[in-house]
Design a protein around this ligand. Structure first.
Ligand code: AHM
Ligand code: MG
Length: 322
């Protein structure tokens, strides 16, 4: 990587230059970066700019909408629509798909969780944003069915962690790259090059409070993880994922007797992070099948999710299916 590729824009320009199949992707990812700067400012200012607390509404998931959920959803819909490269947007906070344009140039589909880790917003703990990006077949109609594509057809995924620093990670064409927002210039700098998940697995991340509701085989998995690795659980998927991606680890939100379908959402949580982790050498599964091979039926459907270190996950899957 030469010195003149040191910002997100410069990286994307160089990396996508000879890849015509990704025409327009640079603009889509740059728009996510621009939206992130706006969201980041609100996250950093928090209570000072009245960005904390709830709107008083309930979303399609039946969850109380936080002000930052709404602000980030509006922000990213706005910046993505303005690119004129995105045909349709599916969003955790919006029941129906948002149709952004139907011309031939509107060649991308974006699924997003605009503000992940909502329970951590008001308490200054790391939160994030997640995006899965698919290519639209320009001959097809743009409607709800347009969005229902398996994760293995994604062309890129992006996530952002608003943490002790603000980091944006891209996965495109088997290349995972990280960019840190320089708070003095407000520019994303290329700081984490060619990310590969470590072979070591120091950490496991799961909500231990759900232990008693787990199926017997899943209990066995968690008991074994307890004896082998240190527990780290932020309660923001993006933050737990990012730590495990950089330091090594495995994240689990399995189904249980109360919620066999799990808690996390397939289209805008599991698929994008599953795409990132596979490109970084890791694995993403429900325990029974590869996340990216699930044929989706609904925009907001949930899935059990296990993702991270490949060797450890293979053992987990063997125990779960014993
Ligand atoms: P959100 O997208 O509404 O914030 O919900 C998803 C979050 C994930 O970030 C996190 O992994 C999980 O919910 C935590 O759930 P729990 O509080 O049950 O452990
Ligand atoms: Mg989420």
């Amino acid at each position: 990587m030469s010195d003149n590729q040191n910002t997100l824009s410069e990286f994307l320009l160089a990396f996508l230059k000879d890849k015509p199949q990704y025409s327009g992707l640079k603009e889509v990812i740059i728009s996510i970066g621009e939206g992130t700067k706006n969201v980041n400012q609100q996250v950093q200012q928090g209570a000072i700019v009245d960005a904390l607390g709830t709107t008083g509404d309930t979303n399609i998931q039946g969850e109380i909408v936080q002000k930052l959920d709404k602000l980030s959803s509006d922000t990213f819909v706005n910046v993505l629509s303005k690119t004129e490269k995105v045909a349709v947007i599916g969003c955790e906070e919006i029941e129906r798909p948002v149709i952004a344009g139907t011309s031939e140039n509107h060649s991308y589909i974006v699924l997003m969780d605009p503000l992940d880790g909502s329970s951590n917003i008001d308490v200054a703990v790391s939160i994030g944003s997640i995006f899965g990006i698919w290519k639209r077949n320009s001959l097809e109609n743009v409607d709800e069915a347009t969005l229902l594509r398996p994760g293995n057809e994604q062309v890129a995924a992006v996530y952002i962690v608003y943490g002790s620093s603000t980091v944006l990670v891209t996965a495109i064409d088997k290349s995972v790259q990280g960019f840190t927002l320089d708070s003095t210039t407000n520019i994303f700098m290329h700081t984490h090059k060619d990310i590969v998940i470590p072979q070591e697995c120091p950490y496991y991340s799961t909500n231990e409070g759900n232990f008693e509701d787990l199926e017997p085989n899943t209990k066995e998995v968690v008991l074994s993880l307890r004896n082998s690795y240190s527990l780290r659980y932020v309660g923001s998927l993006v933050a737990d994922f990012h730590r495990n991606l950089l330091k090594g680890g495995v994240f689990l939100y399995p189904g249980d007797v109360k919620r066999p379908e799990g808690r996390l959402r397939l289209m805008y949580e599991a698929n994008p992070l599953g795409f990132v982790v596979e490109q970084a050498g890791g694995m993403a599964t429900t325990g029974k099948e590869r996340i990216l091979d699930i044929i989706p039926e609904q925009l907001h459907q949930r899935t059990p999710l296990i993702l991270g270190n490949t060797d450890v996950i293979k053992k987990i899957v063997a125990t779960m299916n014993n």
